[in-house]
Design a protein around this ligand. Structure first.
Ligand code: SAM
Length: 317
């Protein structure tokens, strides 16, 4: 690695039209507050984060001492693929911070792809990966972190839950949803040349262009209080049987809204994927996804409802 003055991030985002969505600081602060006790003495790696552009990097620099971090590492991807990626490491040494402030970033040998040998070597040195990775590579990204048994907290799309590889890990209780979902992630900063479209786009108070997607969530394997809170069960199956039709191809009932999960049903239930946002593994067991006993999509009177997660209430506690 060599140290150079690097300001390429200013043009990088311009070149890459589609993938450059940057996370807002406000959204990072909002989620990170739930895990603060879990960073002490540990190395955080932001591995899809330009060291000067990323608000994840700023968050960890600002909170380095308070969180008790051992080290912060960030690597940024050279979007056009031909340049070198950027690298930054901070261990609390003031000289490192001065270099960061002066844009004196170290260049990687390669383009900063999180799968490259040099980035994987940094991953091995780290304890927790915190970032918003490229969505198109999410399966690979999570697979990579998983294969090295690292802790992580990342942003993904709601749709990611339905990926076979991701749901397998959720099913196995190895990963789960963080606290923020949908509108809790208020929007992403996009480069100036992005067109502002619809009512979902705006300028924030720093003049940055924000696109609000309402389809993002946090995925993690860090524990939080939220996943130990029971979903309040206020409805009953008994006396409301018509609201809970049985599936044609599974011995279980369909529940259209998480808040309507009945308190007196201990068999299988199909619930919407947003259930995972409220899931307490001590209260419910995740049994499967989408498919009935015949291996086909769950059906009610021949019709398939939306994607359903199949769950079962744990025995009364
Ligand atoms: C959704 S953006 C988020 C950027 C930044 N992590 C943040 O939260 O502000 C995903 C970033 O991943 C970068 N990227 C794309 N492919 C990559 C790869 N193979 N390895 C590392 N980073 C990649 C993109 O350039 C882009 O900046």
């Amino acid at each position: 690695m060599s140290r150079l003055i690097d300001r390429s991030f200013l043009t990088e985002a311009k070149k890459n039209k589609k993938d450059e969505f940057y996370t807002q600081r406000v959204d990072i602060d909002r989620e990170l507050q739930y895990y603060e006790g879990q960073f002490k003495g540990r190395t955080v790696y932001c591995n899809t984060d330009h060291p000067k552009k990323s608000n994840f990097v700023r968050y960890f620099l600002d909170n380095f001492t308070r969180l008790g971090l051992r080290r912060l590492i960030a690597t940024g991807y050279a979007v056009d693929g031909s340049n070198c990626g950027t690298y930054f490491s901070y261990t609390g040494n003031p000289d490192e911070l001065v270099a960061w402030k002066n844009d004196e970033l170290t260049l990687l040998q390669g383009n900063g792809d999180f799968r490259s040998d040099e980035c994987v070597a940094l991953l091995r040195e780290s304890d927790i990966i915190v970032t918003n990775p490229p969505y198109s590579l999410l399966r690979e990204f999570v697979g990579c972190i998983e294969s090295f048994n690292k802790d992580f907290l990342i942003i993904a799309t709601v749709n990611a839950i339905t990926y076979k590889e991701i749901f397998r890990l959720i099913h196995a209780g190895k990963i789960w949803l963080g606290v923020g979902l949908g509108r809790d992630i208020s929007g992403f900063i996009v480069p100036d040349h992005y067109e502002l479209y619809g009512t979902e786009a705006r300028l924030n108070d720093r003049g940055e262009r924000i696109v609000s997607t309402n389809n993002s969530l946090w995925l993690t394997n860090l524990d939080s209080e939220r996943r130990h809170q029971d979903i309040p069960l206020v409805k009953t199956y008994s006396a409301n049987e018509a609201d809970y039709p049985h599936y044609d191809n599974l011995d279980g009932i369909n529940v259209n809204k998480t808040k309507d999960i009945p308190s007196d049903w201990f068999g299988l239930m199909g619930v919407p994927i947003t259930f995972l946002h409220k899931h307490n593994p001590a209260q419910f067991e995740i049994v499967g996804f989408r498919k009935g006993n015949d291996g086909k999509d769950l059906r009610i009177n021949g019709k398939a409802p939306y994607f359903r997660i199949i769950i079962r209430r744990r025995e009364e506690r």
